[in-house]
Ligand binder design. Sequence first.
Ligand SMILES: [Fe+2]
Length: 112
Amino acid sequence: MPDFVNPFPGIASYKMNQSELARAVMLDIASELEAVHLYTAHMDATDDADAKKVLYDIALEELVHVGEFTSLLYRLDPVAASKAQEGFDEMEAMLGSKAPSASPREMTVVAR
Ligand SMILES: [Fe+2]
């Protein structure tokens, strides 16, 4: 797990407000990315072709979850969405046409 402060030492005893929910979704995004790292590290550490195929497929599915959670975060926290857009804009200023688009649909997926 990412080294975030655990917001719920047990089960949350109350309903989260919008800000708390946005922060919880940030942790969910980090957890999905950690899963991608774990699965691809395991994939890289084996020569078993079937295991590699399954691990890569699951890693890609976790990236779908990253997109879903990120979309939810931007809906819950417009400031986060605005700041992420600033990052894309800064990359475009630095790299021009080599920068990834703000729209993930336009990005190229590199097959392994
Ligand atoms: Fe997931």
